[in-house]
Design a binder for this molecule. Structure first.
Ligand code: SF4
Length: 194
């Protein structure tokens, strides 16, 4: 199937645009294989920003999308939903993080723009290999095994148990508590560590 990729480069207000030459990145993206449209927008995650993407998917018949903005941790789900809302498989999307990994780590505009172009180019290449995916549910045993009953193991076991799951906490020593249990008192409250 012919690749029809849309690229959206976000300014994030001044967060990205003050360090990365966004119009230059957009022009660069337009020349990449499979890219049929590339745009700059101030806040791509806003409703008007997402509407632009939806409109392009419908009118330009896009079958892949690259969002060049912040970390996927922040908005990957947002943009997956954007695609899904107009009937495009949500996994036919790739993000290039030009905020945390570019704009926020240098003041050198030229190098930042170069790196942003490299990340956009990589994302366009990568998205061209994406396949539509479907979410499947499988039955599983939610019981959890925590190995090691030091302070971290105990805390992990308690948190999992408090969220309603059965936990097996195993320890190779005869007693739990690890190094913590060997201490007398802890700073600054002088609590007995055991
Ligand atoms: S998509 Fe990310 S980079 Fe763009 S405006 Fe929203 S938070 Fe900022």
């Amino acid at each position: 199937m012919e690749q029809r990729i849309g690229v959206y480069v976000c300014d994030c207000g001044a967060n990205i645009a003050s360090t990365v030459d966004v119009p230059q990145v957009v022009e660069f993206a337009k020349g990449l294989p499979g890219v049929v449209i590339a745009r700059e927008y101030k806040f791509v995650c806003s409703d008007p920003g997402q509407d632009i993407i939806k409109k392009d998917i419908k009118e330009q018949k896009l079958n892949r999308v690259v969002i060049s903005s912040c970390s996927p941790r922040l908005h990957e789900l947002t943009f997956r939903r954007t695609l899904a809302s107009v009937g495009l498989n949500p996994y036919l999307m790739e993000m290039a993080n030009i905020r945390e990994q570019v704009a926020w780590v240098t003041e050198n505009k030229e190098l930042a723009t170069q790196k942003a172009k490299a990340l956009v180019s990589a994302a366009v290449k990568r998205v061209s290999y994406h396949q539509p995916l479907e979410i499947r549910e499988v039955s599983m045993n939610p019981n959890t095994l925590v190995v090691g009953a030091g302070i971290a193991g105990i805390q992990a076991a308690l948190e999992i148990a408090n969220s309603g799951h059965k936990v097996y906490l195993v320890e190779r020593e005869p007693s739990i508590g690890g190094h913590m249990a060997q201490l007398d008192k802890t700073f600054p409250t002088l609590d007995c560590s055991a």
